[in-house]
Design a protein around this ligand. Structure first.
Ligand code: GDG
Length: 738
């Protein structure tokens, strides 16, 4: 394994909950760290960072919400040899709206695909913003140059960007522990909220999710909500990019493997087995939550009992529900429903000597938990939705005896990894019933084989690997920033370019060779790009293919020996030759179109009409009205009606609506040029809708590249306009070196 670059100064973890308890000792209160997976992962990560944990300067700092009981404590009580806890205090009402409201009553149900449970309250969003800002205040007082800040979970989605704005140079990681749902769900959030949440996350340098599905959902939302270019798994901003990846969280395998063999665990396990008269044991443990599928699990078990009377009195379902949020109506209702169902099933099937379900509503000690993991014959894990689910991984790791069967819902993130479980859909009660029967009858050799595979996987993919992989991704990201954001396979592309005998470069102008500017008259390629074009033109046919008129292009490229195509293919000019007119259509359509456009100029100050020789365009980049984008669509629709009787094309471009004869397009002209010589290398680059004609009509072996975001026919993508220059520069360098 590659070791983590120790160039970071300190590690700062930010999560809603602080993983500590304060223990009263003779010396006063002491900070005791809990033994959760995240704490173990963080400790191992600190080791990778080469921190000397004995030196107070390099302790791990953990920032999390602090309840009022911590407020009275002296700061020395919030520190031990390894950690310094930084409680974030906030107004009780703000905390309620932030945590109970926006986090637990909106994001939690929505992101677990329970939209009908989601409550959309503006006040809660205000509190969420305020609470994230409170976390920021704590961080800004603490963060020093060279620190690494790792932010966790859905309560703090705004924090990465808040921190980025306040301290732009900070190294920020973000990990999301719950599912990231499809865009159809994200769309249910008010526009400004969804923008704020996604923008918020993008403050990080690396964003991690449990599964590739969640990664894909997130990337789609980024593209839909913020319209940003995505290259592979990188989201590209003008000045930096963000890496998005799947990092499936895991457990400390050795801890569970070892604990499963401890004497105390073994004794408790034997005790349980005796109590249950050596019946087969089915086990489940979950926090009380509607996402966990507890009632459908009970229904599946009931169906199994109905269909398999021979198993009555032979099997016991030990079901533990851990108390959670039971002051809230919805959770009380769920608890009532669970308890009613348990009562009904026990009443229906139970006998004096046999209770089909042993139900408890409490939390288990670690020893009890391990005893049940190792005592049971079946672990029945059936969430309706779960980001990952660690219980199933812990069960597998505890089974050093290679006995037992895991039944796992396909809707838990863990199902992507634990393929040797019996995978079920929790709402299909027949499938659950069948799975229980299959598990009870599974031969020992098969149990061994399945558990063996899963244990091997978890041994290799433990929680230390999880944090290590996250940091490796982070390190790669910051140590090798790229000046060229593209998914083009650079090496083979450059070889094809330098080996070619006849090369053709077809390049759009606005948004491709020149950045988009407010006044179209001001657009020009940078001086360095002009030099590159001059050099490339020595070895290749370079064609600037634009919607601009002849005079603008001629003036802009006076001293550069490139071919010029004006007005989307209406005119062509070879270097040192006069213009050729390719468009021969009549222009009697122009006046009615101009009249329609005139109304829009009147309505939107700042917009104007550009009359070309063969086309007419309405530009509205400088119109400030909010409704202009919608009105541009209306104009295009009206013009299409006019165009239906004459062969015209209406183009909706970047802040422009343009009408031109349908006879020619960038596609027809690109095709004509490409066929004029025996080219063995063709590249075409463009950013706008009109460039799509070019991408579509060139031979399929041509390299077609779309600049920026949006769907495209192009085979590859360049993220930003500045990447065009970077690519052309590299192409030029290859020829110089050859
Ligand atoms: C989020 C995501 C994702 C449970 N009951 C008892 C007990 N536990 C321990 C288990 C396990 C942990 O709690 C539960 O882990 P989960 O993975 O199920 O869920 P969360 O941590 O609540 O939530 C989830 C996770 O983050 C990690 O990214 O997997 O999808 O929702 O470790 O052992 N421990 C003891 N007694 C109990 O009664 N001692």
């Amino acid at each position: 394994m590659k070791t983590f670059n120790s160039s970071f100064n300190r590690l700062l973890i930010v999560s809603y909950r602080l993983p500590f308890t304060i223990q009263q000792t003779d010396q006063g209160p002491e900070l005791l760290q809990n033994s959760g997976g995240l704490v173990s992962a963080v400790l191992s990560m600190a080791e990778q960072m080469g921190q000397n944990q004995r030196k107070s300067a390099t302790k791990i700092h953990w920032i999390g919400h602090g309840d009022s009981s911590l407020q009275q404590l002296d700061s020395s009580a919030l520190e031990n040899d390894t950690f310094v806890a930084h409680p974030v205090f906030m107004d009780e009402a703000v905390h309620k709206g932030f945590y109970e409201g926006f986090s637990n009553d909106l994001i939690w149900p929505l992101f677990h695909y329970f939209p009908s449970y989601a409550s959309f309250k503006e006040h809660d969003f205000d509190c969420y913003q305020q609470a994230n800002t409170r976390f920021l205040e704590e961080l800004t007082a603490l963060v020093e140059p060279g620190d690494f800040v790792w932010i966790h979970d859905f309560q703090l989605m705004l924090l990465p960007d808040l921190l980025r704005q306040a301290m732009p140079e900070t190294s920020i990681g973000y990990f999301f522990h719950i599912p990231f749902p499809t865009y159809e769900i994200i769309k249910l959030l008010p526009r400004t909220w969804r923008q704020a949440l996604i923008q918020g996350v993008l403050g990080a340098d690396v964003v991690g999710f449990h599964t590739t599905d969640y990664v894909q959902h997130f990337l789609q939302s980024v593209s839909e909500v913020l319209d940003l270019p995505i290259i592979g798994q990188r989201i590209v901003l003008p000045d930096r990019s963000i890496r998005v990846n799947a990092f499936p969280i895991s457990i400390d395998f050795n801890k569970f493997n070892k604990s499963g063999q401890e004497t105390e665990v073994f004794a408790t396990q034997q005790h349980y087995k005796n109590l249950l008269r050596h019946n087969k044991i089915i086990f489940s443990v979950d926090r009380l939550d509607y996402t966990k599928g507890i009632t459908s699990r009970l229904q599946g078990y009931e169906r199994f009992l109905i269909q398999n009377p021979d198993w009555h009195d032979q099997v016991t379902f030990v079901m533990t529900v851990v108390p959670s949020r039971d002051k809230i109506g919805q959770y009380q209702e769920l608890k009532r429903e669970i308890e009613e169902t348990v009562g009904r099933i026990n009443g229906l099937f139970g006998t004096i000597g046999w209770r089909p379900i042993v139900y408890s509503y409490r939390s288990l000690t670690f020893t009890e938990l391990l005893a049940l993991y190792t005592a049971c014959d079946i672990a029945l894990i059936t969430p309706i939705r779960d980001g990952m689910n660690l219980v199933c991984k812990e069960f597998v790791a505890s089974r050093h005896d290679l006995k037992g069967v895991l039944i796992l819902s396909e809707l838990a993130g863990a199902a992507q990894e634990l393929r040797d479980a019996i995978i079920i859909n929790p709402t299909d009660t027949q499938e659950v019933a069948d799975a229980i029967k299959q598990a009870l009858l599974m031969p020992a050799a098969e149990q061994e084989k399945r558990l063996g595979h899963m244990r091997k996987h978890l041994q290799n993919h433990n929680v230390f690997r999880w944090s290590h992989d996250f940091f490796t991704a982070f390190n790669d990201m910051i140590t090798s920033p790229t000046d060229l954001e593209t998914d083009l396979p650079i090496q083979p592309f450059m070889t094809a370019f330098s080996d070619a005998r006849k090369r053709l470069l077809l390049v759009d102008f606005d948004g491709t060779l020149a950045p988009i500017v407010n006044d179209p008259a001001d657009a020009r390629p940078s001086d360095s790009l002009q030099t590159i074009l001059v050099q490339l033109a020595e070895s290749s046919d370079v064609v600037v293919i634009s919607g601009r008129n002849r005079s603008f292009l001629e003036k802009t490229f006076t001293r550069i020996p490139v071919h010029l195509v004006a007005e989307h293919g209406a005119f062509l000019k070879k270097p040192d030759q006069p213009w050729q007119r390719l468009d021969l259509s009549a222009d009697d359509w122009v006046e009615p179109v101009r009249l329609t456009m005139d109304h829009f100029v009147d309505r939107f100050p700042g917009s104007f009409i550009e009359g070309k020789e063969t086309a007419i365009a309405w530009h509205y980049r400088m119109a400030e009205s909010e409704e202009v984008e919608g009105q541009a669509i209306d104009l295009a629709t009206q013009l299409r009606r006019v165009a239906s009787s004459i062969p015209l094309t209406v183009i909706q471009g970047n802040k422009v609506v343009e009408v031109k004869p349908a006879q020619h397009s960038k596609g027809t002209v690109a095709q004509t040029i490409a066929e004029q010589k025996p080219y063995d290398f063709i590249i075409s680059i463009g950013d706008d809708t009109t460039d799509e004609d070019m991408f579509r009509q060139l031979p399929n072996w041509a390299y077609t590249l779309k600049v920026g975001s949006g769907v495209s026919f192009a085979r590859y993508r360049l993220a930003r306009q500045q990447d065009v220059e970077a690519l052309l520069q590299r192409m030029n360098d290859v020829l110089v070196e050859a």
